[in-house]
Design a protein around this ligand. Structure first.
Ligand code: SAM
Length: 274
């Protein structure tokens, strides 16, 4: 019988945030696949857990998966942990989960800390619906596309950022956010935990001197702001904008016709091939 694959969330700063179940599973599995074995060893030592560790990080994820799947098929139970927080969320995990499912191996999440969710719930921004974007791409073209998405996104947006890139990212956001609320969630669960709230200009002025781990949260675009921008979009861009909101072709055509004060038929003819 195949073993089980556990995705075990670990603390994002405060070690008290590990769950009793996470400790038990880490004690029970045959092997722990860790993003950084030295880091995880410190965690295991703290909780007096002795287990074989194998490295499983972004750069060897694909290669290591075959080996781990083989072990699972041979009946070994494996826990995947990342350096901090929930595996698979801007951290390794996704590849092995997909492969495990293909091989009919049971995948079990062990819930715990996730920086994005904790930042969101205390941000003061809308929590009903949100868009998690992880790290913004570094590639210029892809980054520009993401910034456009952020500009039009009506749900609360969550972005991860490395401390040394924070200033640069905030400057990029300055051009598109106008007066939308921004929250920086810093050093969550640690001694210097802090939420800094304001508009983008205010956040930039305060961010200069900040150190530590950071999440950027952005209020969704308001409908009125969007309308002004929509007039400036090409037909194709407007189509994409509504498509990203989950509307189907018929609804999109209706919206565009209304926005532009023209007949639905006129817009329909423009998008015959879509
Ligand atoms: N898998 C993790 C999770 O569940 O949140 C995220 C890992 S990702 C590689 C690291 C990023 O998460 C950091 O650059 C930062 O944006 C955010 N982060 C992690 N821990 C944090 C903390 N204690 N306070 C604020 N942000 C944190």
């Amino acid at each position: 019988m195949s073993g089980k694959l556990y995705l075990v969330a670990t603390p994002i700063g405060n070690l008290e945030d590990i769950t009793l179940r996470a400790i038990r599973i880490l004690k029970e599995v045959d092997l722990i696949a860790a993003e950084d074995t030295r880091n995880t060893l410190k965690l295991l030592n703290h909780f007096e857990i002795k287990k074989p560790l194998i490295s499983y990080h972004r750069h060897n994820e694909q290669i290591k998966v075959d080996n781990l799947i083989e072990k699972l098929k041979n009946g070994e139970n494996i826990a995947v942990v990342s350096d901090a927080g929930t595996p698979g969320i801007s951290d390794p995990g996704e590849v092995i989960v997909k492969e495990a499912i293909k091989n009919s191996i049971e995948v079990i999440p062990i819930p715990g800390a996730c920086a994005a969710i904790n930042a969101l719930i205390a941000s003061g921004l809308d929590t009903k619906e949100f868009t998690f974007m992880g790290f913004l791409p570094l590639n210029k073209k892809l980054r520009k596309e993401k910034l456009k998405e952020i500009e039009n996104e009506t749900k609360t947006i969550i972005i991860y950022e490395a401390p040394h890139k924070l200033k640069n990212t905030l400057e990029d956001l300055k051009d598109i956010l106008q007066n939308r609320k921004v929250v920086l969630a810093r050093e969550l669960t640690k001694i210097h935990e802090e939420f800094i709230r304001g508009n983008i200009e205010e956040i930039i002025s305060k961010a200069e001197s900040l150190k530590g781990e950071m999440i950027i949260l952005i209020e969704g675009a308001k409908y009125k702001e969007k309308e002004v921008e929509l007039n400036e979009l090409s037909l194709d861009e407007q189509f994409e904008f509504y498509k990203n909101q989950g509307l189907d072709k018929k609804e999109i055509i209706k919206k565009i016709a209304k926005d532009r004060g023209v007949s639905k038929n006129e817009i329909y003819m423009e998008f015959l091939d879509k």
